[in-house]
Design a protein around this ligand. Structure first.
Ligand SMILES: [Zn+2]
Length: 196
């Protein structure tokens, strides 16, 4: 079991937060901060619940046999994640498309796949790749595309690299990688031009 489910986390995490508060120059025993260590523990447990999501529960009975092969696109999937370098949020929108090969999944399941990986400590490139790879393995489509646009608080809050406030990453697998027309169709669907 991952650590946050461990009963030890109930005291270890609050202890660590109290240490952090003291190191920041704060008094962890003052009124406003008394409940903070346990609140932070519960918050991180929630924001990292993707480590404990069972992928089987996402796909269980939710995929269907079909005989069409038109591209399926879900765009503007809102997500929130934590950057593993600073433990600060990065958030934005994910756009996911795939070209079915006999199987499709209920549309509401794709945001759950994004959440499963977003609710972990992440870097945006890996999040993008993991969403695409997961669908490629589970649905065995002809191809998958995933584009993520996100703002990183570790960049904008600290005032560095303002011009790169929004970062765009993409993962193209199967026909989305091989076939420029398929890739172009996907990028048009999600409102981006096929410049890459
Ligand atoms: Zn960061």
């Amino acid at each position: 079991m991952p650590p946050m489910d461990d009963k030890r986390a109930d005291s270890l995490v609050p202890d660590a937060i109290r240490t952090l508060l003291a190191e920041l120059g704060e008094d962890p025993s003052r009124d406003g901060l008394l409940g903070t260590p346990d609140r932070v523990r519960r918050m991180y447990a929630e924001l990292t619940d993707g480590y404990r999501t069972d992928p089987e529960t996402i796909f269980n009975g939710a995929d269907f046999e079909v005989d069409y092969d038109a591209m399926v696109v879900v765009r503007d999937i809102e997500f929130y994640s934590l950057c593993e370098h600073h433990l600060l949020p990065f958030f934005g929108k994910a756009h996911v498309g795939y070209l079915p090969q006999g199987r499709v999944i209920g549309l509401s399941k794709i945001p759950r796949v994004v959440d499963m990986y977003a609710h972990r400590l992440q870097v945006q490139e890996r999040l993008t790749q993991q969403v695409a790879s997961f669908l490629m393995e589970r649905l065995e489509p002809k191809g998958v595309g995933c584009v993520i646009e996100a703002t990183h608080l570790c960049t904008v809050m600290r005032g560095v690299r303002k011009q790169e406030a929004t970062m765009v990453t993409s993962a193209m697998l199967g026909t989305f990688r091989r076939d420029a027309r398929t890739r172009g169709e996907f990028l048009t669907f999600i409102g981006r031009t096929a410049e890459r």
